[in-house]
Design a protein around this ligand. Structure first.
Ligand SMILES: [Zn+2]
Length: 407
């Protein structure tokens, strides 16, 4: 298992990047210090071991801003309680079968999972920026790259030219160097990182990301998985008896950085394009994740992921598929989602042409039905009391959900 991303006192680095808030520190049992909620909207810091660029500029600012931080922190207790009534906003941006999921927390921080495709006249970057502006932010604090396929990291350079970004998070090296496009996108991403403008965090299973306002636990990274069940999980999965371990997938997909995002008691699972071989290891013999409320369907609803032994054990209350019209949304994967025991609603970014009317969800839950693409998005609003709603930007309708019946 990993750790809360933390740093020892005295090693705090502060930099004048475009991030949101200054993490304050709290003592933990291992005499390290972990982040807690923060009052300042201006600056941010990350652990020393993750600072890839220790330029003279940073060093200079570290001294100057340490004083500002001290002032800011000392005034924290005079501020109202941190946004206790505000909601978490999650935008499921239509990047035509790639992924771009933007979380904006009540603490004012933002986490973008993946950047969509490159090219297309800046299409995906523009759509991500539009969502950010809709959420009232002008920067993205953390961009998490699940893996190095075209539809996930491809849009990173264009996005970085379109909006300030604080830090990139990823699983480390490209493991599919034999694929030319993947290697090209990886190199373009490395060039972006080498500019020295961004913090760079490489994560391991069990790490807790330093995003304020939500708890982001890393489930998978670079092919490794959490070894022990999460708190409250660990129940045997009866479906394992009739399921065999799928063969190992050799692409970047099973290397995906997967995360469980917790807000109040709401659990949101995003595993990027993690494949069924890893799903089996996460569920058999025991379910290491437990049940979730919202499942961002792995791999755009392709049937190399989203196996029944996995989906029916995490038993989401809703699932959201970031498929395109002709990418993802396999008939069998949609059927597995719809037959999941607790599922109330299946949402899709697009009508899947392959799945046809039999397997797609009802039209009211589809952001982009057949026809000219309108870049409609879905938006989840989660409240601190555990209730949540999903908004379809095409229909302008929201569907409300009660708090989870499970403790
Ligand atoms: Zn993908």
């Amino acid at each position: 298992m990993g750790k809360i991303i933390s740093f020892p006192v005295g090693a705090q680095h502060v930099y004048p990047g475009p991030l949101g808030a200054v993490p304050t520190v709290a003592r933990t049992a291992d005499s390290k210090y972990s982040f807690v909620a923060s009052p300042s909207p201006r600056f941010s810091s990350l652990p020393q071991r993750f600072l890839q660029s220790s330029s003279a500029l940073y060093q200079k600012y570290a001294l100057t801003l340490a004083l500002l931080c001290a002032i800011s922190l000392s005034s924290a207790f005079a501020l109202p309680p941190a946004s206790s009534t505000k909601s978490l906003q999650v935008y499921f941006i239509d990047v035509e079968g790639g992924q771009a999921t933007l979380f904006v927390t009540p603490a004012g921080q933002s986490l973008l999972i993946d950047t969509g495709w490159p090219g297309n006249n800046n299409r995906d970057a523009d759509r991500i920026v539009a969502a950010a502006h809709d959420a009232g932010i002008n920067k993205i604090d953390f961009v998490l790259i699940t893996h190095y396929h075209d539809d996930h990291v491809g849009g990173a350079p264009q996005l970085a030219s379109s909006i300030p970004i604080g830090a990139f998070i990823d699983h480390g090296e490209n493991r599919e160097t034999t694929d030319d496009i993947t290697q090209q996108r990886w190199l373009a991403y490395q060039q972006l990182l080498s500019s020295g403008k961004y913090q760079h965090i490489t994560v391991k299973p069990g790490d807790i990301l330093p995003v304020h306002g939500i708890r982001v636990t890393v489930i998978s990274s670079d092919g490794a998985l959490i070894e022990k069940p999460l708190p409250g999980a660990g129940q045997p999965d009866p479906a394992c008896a009739n399921s065999t371990q799928p063969p190992e997938d050799k692409t970047e997909n099973p290397r995906s950085v997967g995360t469980l995002i917790t807000f109040a008691k709401l659990k949101i699972l995003d595993l990027g394009d993690l494949t069924s071989d890893k799903e089996h290891q996460l569920m058999c013999p025991v379910n290491k994740i437990g049940k979730v409320d919202i499942y961002i369907a792995s791999h755009h609803g392709f049937n190399q992921s989203g196996s029944a032994v996995f989906v029916h054990a995490i038993a989401p209350r809703i699932a959201i598929v970031d498929n395109g019209a002709t990418k993802g949304g396999s008939p069998s994967a949609l059927d597995i989602l719809k037959s999941s025991p607790n599922l109330q609603t299946l949402w899709q970014l697009h009508f899947s042409e392959e799945a046809g009317p039999t397997h797609n969800t009802a039209e009211e839950f589809i952001a982009n039905p057949p026809g000219p693409d309108a870049a409609n998005y879905l938006k989840l609003t989660a409240n601190p009391d555990g209730t949540f709603a999903v908004f379809n930007s095409r229909t302008k309708q929201s569907k409300q959900y009660s708090r989870s019946p499970t403790p």
